[in-house]
Design a protein around this ligand. Structure first.
Ligand SMILES: *Cc1c(COP(=O)(O)O)cnc(C)c1O
Length: 393
């Protein structure tokens, strides 16, 4: 059963230029946060058309810093999509606040603006939407509902995506990106918080390095001085120069890679559109998604088995897949601590039982995409419920 899939679910793209960039950074010999991180931050701010960008060691850290810098704490509520990665809710819990989970739109599986509106209470401090699979969520609607409330985007899937014609990154209070190995670009581990609010950037920056007013480069670099001041107890969330070198090198090819992802998505669309047992992901006209994921849904009422069985047969055929996501409100910790229960978010829960994320990454070749299409078609055809013919042939 433990066959290593011939087509893994996800693979990072590491090319010779990336290796050269990291090797150069190692030769320069400055290993923690230094001028390399600053270069990456400036390039990323320019790329996302945001005023400021803060590089950190994960998207989870960026989300945590954003909420901490917005003074989220005990008694506060933060609105989170239930169909997302659990770290978005964990950081709310870390701050002693309550994640309020909302259901998703049936087509994009992004957080439903109407559900967000219903979830707002006098205790709501922040709205934290996700761009599911790299498809930008309905930011106009969410900003309108938010009124004066800060919006912190979980943009882990959305690096390079556009909403109308603007890149994701400079559109809300803060946007948080992930450079985890499976994401659209990687720094091995890493993340970025972008904002147009200089004060917020300064506070997140301090909190990312113990609460110090000056980092190691300012203390030990040219003209440095050993002293620093702590204004509040911060975290240890900084990125390192070798990681930033990898990030800068990856950023240069991100648009080409995202174009390749879009081409793979188009190939899946045309190869699978006529399969009655499948529901394919959508792309709204006013956005440019970056296809971090290609999540299909199986119509269970048409099948004689469950989703896990389809996944197992794909794996037997050498195809790795995943499921995005287990609705966070149903996780034991969130049920126990915040009273989440099955039935709270019916759209996300139904989708969870149907979802299969197919392989999609720049290194995937057309022939491999075609093999996934053919195999999935054959597996689903085998499990179509036999219906009694309405009339004899
Ligand atoms: C990957 C991911 C994260 C966490 O990113 P890290 O960089 O691993 O901390 C957060 N949210 C979503 C939606 C993700 O997919």
């Amino acid at each position: 059963m433990n066959v290593i899939p011939a087509i893994p679910f996800a693979l990072p793209t590491i090319e010779q230029t990336d290796i050269a960039a990291v090797t150069d950074a190692l030769r320069r010999g400055w290993l923690t946060r230094g001028p390399g991180v600053e270069r990456f931050e400036q390039a990323f701010a320019a790329y996302t058309r945001s005023e400021r960008a803060l590089a950190v060691n994960s998207c989870t850290a960026a989300l945590h810093l954003a909420l901490a810098a917005l003074d989220v704490g005990e008694g506060d509520e933060v609105i989170v999509s239930t169909l997302t990665f659990v770290s978005a809710a964990n950081v709310v819990a870390h701050l002693g606040a309550k994640p309020v989970f909302v259901d998703v739109e049936p087509d994009t599986l992004n957080p439903d603006p109407a559900a967000i509106e219903r979830a707002i209470t006098p205790y709501t401090r922040v709205i934290m939407p996700v761009h599911y699979a790299g498809h930008p969520c309905d930011l106009d609607a969410i900003h309108a509902i938010a009124g004066g409330l800060p919006v912190v985007e979980d943009a882990a899937h959305a690096v390079g995506a556009r909403y109308h014609d603007a890149p994701i990154g400079g559109l809300s209070t803060v946007a948080c990106f992930s450079f985890y190995p499976t994401k659209n670009m990687t720094t091995a581990e890493g993340g970025m918080a972008t904002t147009n609010d200089a004060g917020l950037d300064e506070r997140m920056r301090r909190l990312s390095l113990h609460g110090m007013d000056r980092g190691a480069w300012a203390r030990y670099g040219p003209g440095g001085s050993a002293f620093y001041e702590i204004d509040e107890a911060g975290y240890k969330y900084n990125m390192t120069d070798p990681q930033a070198a990898l990030g800068l090198s990856q950023l240069a090819r991100l648009d080409a890679w995202n174009a390749r992802r879009a081409a793979i998505a188009a190939r899946y669309h045309s190869g699978l559109a006529d399969v009655p047992a499948l529901r394919l992901p959508v792309a709204r006209r006013d956005v440019s998604p970056v296809w971090h994921l290609y999540p299909v849904r199986v119509h269970l009422e048409r099948l004689d088995c469950d989703r896990n069985h389809i996944v197992a047969e794909l794996r037997q055929a050498g195809i790795g897949t995943s499921v995005h996501f287990i609705p966070v409100h149903t996780q034991p910790y969130y049920q126990r601590t915040f009273g989440g229960a099955w039935g709270d978010c019916p759209v996300a829960e139904a989708a969870f039982h149907e979802l299969i994320s197919l392989p999609i990454y720049p290194r995937l070749e057309d022939a491999q995409v075609d093999y996934v299409i053919e195999t999935l078609r054959a597996v689903l055809a085998r499990h179509e419920k036999k219906t009694v013919a309405a009339s004899p042939p």
